[in-house]
Design a binder for this molecule. Structure first.
Ligand SMILES: O=C(C1CCS(=O)(=O)CC1)N1CC[C@](c2ccc(OCc3ccccc3)cc2)(S(=O)(=O)c2ccc(F)cc2)C1
Length: 273
């Protein structure tokens, strides 16, 4: 603390704590709020997901998925993603400060970050020992998604999950990392970028404090690379969705849930109100 913040005639150590304490307290409070919000909105508990790892799709079940139409597999993934995004919306609303942002900025952050948060949460439903992911009740490998016709997107999603699993993130670290990913002040079309940047920096400080206390600082540099991979994964998803829809222009409205349509297509009928 700077000299003018020093209370007069107070012994050195106590007054230093008094000055530093508020920021540590608010940082710890924010960490507790984010971890609690994650726990309440994580869709499946990590213990449940791990207890189900033995339930792997049989050969017949994989063949059944592979004989489904491209449209049906896209629809199933879109529905499961939309289902998971509802939990991400609830997570965001419970982060202190998020609801104080303008409605427009809340929507911009969720439009830009909801898939990224699901992709981070996915490391919890991924089994790195056999490269399978929890999908529609059982675990399956990339072969389950073959009929989608976008093996590069699926391969990238699996590689990302595999590499994120290698960091062995705790639930607390997943909670804080997903909050940092969501509150990205660089999202295009933000009205009050400075307000989002202040909230983002508070969460970033809380995350760094937590990592330092558990001697996990090395994870920080690796996670910054992950945010770049998230960005390219989401662009790849948009590209593959566009080419899928180019061949079936009218299908989007009937095939996909409205929220998926609003978040990932340039749907004219869903302006950012
Ligand atoms: O992992 C989750 C959940 C996260 C929260 S949780 O509590 O851990 C329960 C599980 N997921 C929920 C949705 C899932 C999802 C992930 C990425 C995704 O990218 C966009 C996309 C859209 C259409 C086709 C391909 C890709 C869409 C859905 S999924 O459907 O299981 C799926 C998985 C792998 C894959 F290769 C394709 C789809 C992952």
């Amino acid at each position: 603390p700077s000299p003018d913040q020093q209370p007069v005639n107070a012994p050195g150590l106590t007054c230093r704590l008094v000055c530093v304490l508020p920021s540590l307290l608010s940082s710890d409070c924010l960490t507790a709020n984010i971890v609690k919000s994650h726990r309440e909105t994580c869709q499946y508990r990590v213990e449940e997901l791990q207890a189900l790892r033995w339930k792997v799709f049989s050969r017949e079940e994989v063949l059944a998925y592979q004989s489904k139409s491209v449209e049906e597999m896209w629809q199933r993934c879109a529905y499961r993603l939309t289902d998971s995004i509802q939990y991400v919306v609830e997570f965001a609303k419970r982060i202190d400060g998020f609801l104080e942002l303008s409605q427009n900025d809340q929507i911009v952050l969720l439009k830009g970050g909801s898939l990224e948060v699901v992709l981070v949460r996915m490391c919890r439903s991924f089994n790195p020992d056999n490269g399978t992911v929890f999908f529609e009740g059982k675990y399956g490998g990339t072969e389950v998604f073959k009929s989608l016709g976008c093996n590069d997107l699926i391969a990238s999603i699996f590689e990302f999950s595999q590499s994120l699993c290698a960091l062995h993130l705790s639930e607390q670290e997943v909670a804080l990392f997903t909050a940092v990913v969501l509150l990205n002040p660089e999202r295009a079309w933000l009205q009050d970028k400075e307000k989002v940047a202040r909230l983002h920096s508070h969460v970033d400080v809380a995350f760094k404090n937590t990592l330092q206390r558990s001697h996990r600082d090395t994870v920080l540099s690796k996670l910054s690379q992950k945010t770049l991979q998230l960005k390219s994964l989401c662009s790849l998803h948009i590209d593959r969705l566009r080419s899928f829809l180019e061949l079936r222009p009218l299908l989007a409205h009937s095939l996909f849930p409205p929220l998926y349509h609003e978040l990932f297509t340039d749907s004219p009928d869903a302006p950012l109100e």
